[in-house]
Design a protein around this ligand. Structure first.
Ligand code: OOB
Length: 544
């Protein structure tokens, strides 16, 4: 068993097993099952039109697992995976599971600051990357990460490996592979983060397989499903809700789009007769515009899932008429809990809510600031526990003590209200995080980076309303002494230089002499948020 994570208390584990949620099978079996039943069916198609059957994919996963074992990667080893939407991701994901190793999933956009932290926290022994992606050389990043993280023994490169190990060279004759304990951790996902650094989320074989299976059922996935991966494969939404894994479990076909742009995605929808996909709201807005002028035939598309941040009722109402498909709102989190509007929900619920919990065993509470349950229908913070929601972050005991109640509820930091139907409406956020079109930015993490700038005395990062992204990032700065605080471009360059991912760079900088304070002396971020929102509307921009 992996150490450093928190399991469910036995009575809960028993309940989830008795209910049939946890089926005691390793996660990678979902691929083997289908390869045995329908080996010749197409499992995976990439952007270039290359196709792999279930048997091909299953065989490649076994052969790559053998190569991993040959490198010495095996049971319990953590491997940081940072691959784009390519077949290498899919093969390596299953190969790692089969070798008994634990994939630690990061986004292609992450840079040195995030990867070093994740690799260190995970105690990773290997790191898998593309060679060059969007002009960025990941091998140079890997060199820096290796210097900082001594536990990293191997760098695996999809493409030209330079001095590292080529992904293609892992391909080896099959060897006997270990059998994973289904109650053990299968994969570590990254949290959006509300405190200093991103946290790692342990997901077990049992819980993640349930997450995938129940999601596939709710979304009606079957052999005829053709699912387009538009968001990064490493994101829980595209991977498992039901996503890539749910499609394979159902025996359908996964199509990989390199980007979410209408140019790429619409062409693939037409070419492969895609039936379902998942996007964040800014992409949904882009697609709603693009259908006006793009000629592609999207008539195969029957389900568009939208989640990651709140979709406004206005664009929500446009999805069905403009794209000719069913809209499903998804309010989920890598930590576990998933809420879906159901395919047969009345349109007011589909348009006006963020769905209801996936599982009959999802327990939710809505509480006020003192932790007391609010009256039905009132807004409060959402707490949850259940058969696929974590009981603690990996190697984070102090953070866990604050983030979970004594009886195991996860404090989501989301403000919601619950309708009589059980559907949730997301009303805002109690956590110190910016949700930039689905990309999560921890204010504290960013502030700590900004405070390293020599001309900055103090920093406070807040969200500012934005019509497309929902929110963008505004950094309020107090200059140090007589120094001139950096302007937005200078600050962004400084942060990028520190290895901060591009999506976290502040969109705007505001310089002030002092911060407004709350009665207990904390920086009053609500006041700063109001201030920038007012300024934006006075300028005639933003979301108003
Ligand atoms: C998804 O997962 P994460 O881990 O990137 O972010 C989770 C957070 C939630 O706590 C909430 O603050 C926000 O993202 N969120 C939404 C939302 N979906 C997520 N806020 C409002 N409306 C929504 N529909 O973002 C994620 C994971 C699985 C499926 C879908 C999204």
């Amino acid at each position: 068993m992996l150490d450093g994570w928190v399991t469910w208390p036995e009575p809960f584990a028993r309940r989830y097993r008795d209910a049939g949620h946890w089926q005691g099978r390793p996660l990678d079996r979902l691929l083997r099952d289908r390869a045995e039943r329908a080996p010749g069916r197409i499992a995976l198609v990439d952007a270039d039109g290359q196709r792999w059957s279930y048997a091909d994919l299953d065989r490649r996963a076994d052969r790559t697992a053998a190569g991993l074992r040959r490198l010495g990667i095996g049971p319990g080893d953590r491997v940081v995976v940072q691959l784009p939407n390519t077949d290498a991701f899919v093969v390596l994901f299953f190969a790692l599971l089969r070798a008994g190793a634990v994939p630690v999933l990061t986004l292609p956009a992450h840079r040195e600051s995030e990867i070093v932290h994740v690799a260190e926290t995970a105690g990773a022994t290997a790191y898998a990357i593309p060679d060059v992606l969007d002009g960025f050389d990941h091998r140079a990043l890997a060199r820096a990460v290796r210097k900082a993280v001594p536990s990293l023994e191997h760098v695996i490169v999809a493409g030209d490996p330079a001095e590292f190990t080529a992904f293609d060279d892992l391909d080896s004759d099959p060897v006997p592979l270990p059998v994973s304990d289904p109650s053990d951790v299968a994969v570590l996902l990254l949290s959006g983060g509300t405190t200093g650094k991103p946290k790692l989320i342990p997901r077990t074989h049992d819980d993640y397989a349930y997450n995938v299976r129940a999601s596939a059922e709710v979304c009606g996935f079957d052999e005829s499903t053709v699912y387009l991966v538009v968001l990064p494969t490493a994101h829980n939404f595209a991977l498992a809700c039901p996503g890539l894994l749910g499609t394979l479990m159902a025996g359908g076909t996964v199509v990989l789009s390199p980007t979410p742009s209408p140019d790429d995605a619409f062409a693939l929808i037409e070419r492969e007769k895609v039936t379902a996909t998942a996007v964040v709201p800014p992409i949904a807005l882009l697609w709603l515009d693009a259908v006006e002028w793009e000629e592609a035939d999207l008539s195969s598309l029957s389900l568009l899932q939208v989640g990651g941040s709140k979709l406004g009722a206005e664009p929500a109402a446009h999805v069905e008429p403009a794209l000719g498909c069913t809209l499903q709102q998804v309010f989920g989190m890598a930590e576990g809990l998933l809420n879906y509007t159901r395919l047969d929900d009345p349109s007011d619920l589909v348009i006006g809510t963020q769905g209801r919990p996936l599982s009959p065993d999802d327990e939710i509470r809505v509480v006020d600031e003192d932790g007391h349950d609010v009256l039905p229908g009132e807004t409060g913070e959402l707490l949850t526990r259940g058969p696929y929601t974590l009981r603690g972050y990996y190697r984070a005991p102090e953070h866990n003590a604050r983030t979970f109640t004594d009886d195991g509820y996860y404090r989501t930091g989301d403000l919601v209200r619950v309708l009589p139907s059980g559907h949730l409406v997301v009303e805002g956020r109690a956590k110190d995080q910016i949700n930039r079109g689905g990309d999560k930015i921890s204010a504290e993490e960013l502030e700590n980076h900004i405070l390293a700038h020599p001309a900055v005395h103090d920093a406070a990062v807040v969200g500012m309303p934005d019509a497309t992204m929902g929110e963008r990032t505004c950094a309020y700065l107090v200059p140090r002494g007589e120094a001139t605080a950096p302007a937005q471009r200078e600050l962004a360059a400084f942060l990028a230089d520190r290895g901060v991912a591009a999506y976290k760079l502040p969109d705007r900088v505001e310089v002030v002499d002092v911060f407004p304070r709350t009665s207990v002396g904390k920086i009053d971020k609500k006041a700063l948020g109001r201030r920038i929102a007012e300024r934006l509307s006075a300028e005639g921009g933003g979301g108003n």
